[in-house]
Write a protein of this length. Structure first.
Length: 351
């Protein structure tokens, strides 16, 4: 029998790519989303790419504990991948309660439900933001986390810890009193970007994008006048920040590898953490010029002051994920930047 994966936040940017890759790998998927930060564009795209019109879609808010519990009772869930969360750093500083309430409560409800249902594995979408400004680069999974600089980052750190504690506490359960052991993996993503090669799913930021790549593609298409490169006086070769940009399809495949490790009983510890990146630092300026070159266009950009809260440089040591998950990033920077542009053009053609 096929294993079934619940993808919370599955209609969003990363969740939709993960749904595609799970189905391609032979999993059944249930998508749950409250649609608070997306429309049906990506879910419709997923159906087209997979040729599957019957993927169960549940419009629920994971902050509703009864709805989450019902979901686990209605479907036999072997693993859950939890994406359903708010993700705007600046907004989290302005509205911390909104972020703590939503991001923590939804995860607590998922964990409660997992604990009450046999054999449930939990994959949490964490972030490289937990490392802050690391003293040594690249960062490994044992690089100490730094105090979070935003409520958003804090919810990622807290959720990792909650998952670790629940895994530890439930290890002793055997189903008596309806309580079961939970196993967990946290994937720490670096900077996801790009879109599916079909250009049927991709990132759909609401309003002015905070992230670099959607800002670049929206500038190229004429939705934004000019890209500001935040800071060119950093202590790096060209003065701009260094990041590890991971293709969203590669990232999605890492989730499939992690889910397989869990459901096939191959975990070495009951709670594991993996960095998911390319292992290669790329500067903002390099990314902009690579985008221009691969897509044969000129981008309107200017250098602007540093953005508060940005770290100078961060990139991943991915050897643990390479070895243990048997996964590595495969798409080139050029392929990814071409896919991001194809997606922006697809959106413009279908507006
Ligand atoms: N960045 C930029 N202009 C923008 C958006 C981002 O220069 O309009 C820079 C930002 O300062 C950082 C990098 O691009 O150095 C990646 O930023 P993003 O917000 O995409 O991800 P972060 O690394 O902050 O999570």
């Amino acid at each position: 029998m096929k294993k079934r994966v619940l993808v919370s936040g599955g209609a969003g940017y990363i969740g939709s790519h993960v749904t595609v890759e799970l189905i391609a790998a032979g999993y059944e998927v249930v998508v749950a989303d409250n649609m608070s930060n997306c429309d049906m564009t990506c879910f419709e795209g997923v159906k087209k790419i997979t040729g599957r019109d019957d993927i169960p879609f549940e419009k629920i808010d994971c902050c509703d504990s009864a709805a989450v519990d019902k979901l686990f009772s209605d479907y036999a869930i072997d693993a859950v991948i939890h994406f359903a969360a708010f993700k705007a750093v600046g907004e989290s500083v302005a509205e911390p309660l909104k972020y703590y309430r939503n991001n923590l409560l939804s995860f607590l409800n998922i964990l409660e439900a997992a604990k009450s249902h046999s054999g449930c594995n939990v994959l949490f979408s964490s972030s490289a933001t937990v490392y802050g400004e690391a003293e040594t680069l690249p960062v490994t999974e044992s690089t100490p986390r730094m105090p979070a600089t935003s409520p958003y980052g804090n919810t990622k750190q807290m959720s990792e810890d909650i998952l670790r504690d629940v895994v530890f506490a439930t290890a002793k359960y055997d189903g008596k009193d309806g309580q079961w052991p939970v196993k967990g993996i946290a994937l720490r993503y670096f900077n996801p970007m790009g879109a599916h090669p079909s250009a049927l799913i991709g990132e759909l930021p609401r309003g002015v994008p905070n992230n670099l790549v959607p800002f670049i593609t929206q500038t190229a298409i004429g939705k934004r006048e000019c890209l500001s490169i935040f800071g060119n006086d950093y202590p790096t070769a060209d003065g701009t920040c260094l990041r590890d940009y991971i293709d969203v399809v590669d990232l999605a495949k890492a989730h499939v590898a992690a889910v397989s490790r869990m459901v096939e009983g191959k975990m070495k510890e009951d709670y594991e953490i993996f960095n998911i990146g390319t292992g290669r630092p790329v500067s903002v300026y390099e990314l902009v010029t690579a985008f221009e070159k691969v897509n044969g266009l000129k981008l309107n950009y200017k250098f602007a002051p540093r953005r508060p809260g940005d770290v100078v440089a961060i990139w991943a040591d991915t050897s643990l994920a390479n070895k243990e998950l048997g996964w590595k990033a495969e798409r080139t920077l050029e392929q990814t930047l071409a896919s991001a542009w194809a997606w922006e053009k697809h959106l413009a053609e279908n507006a």
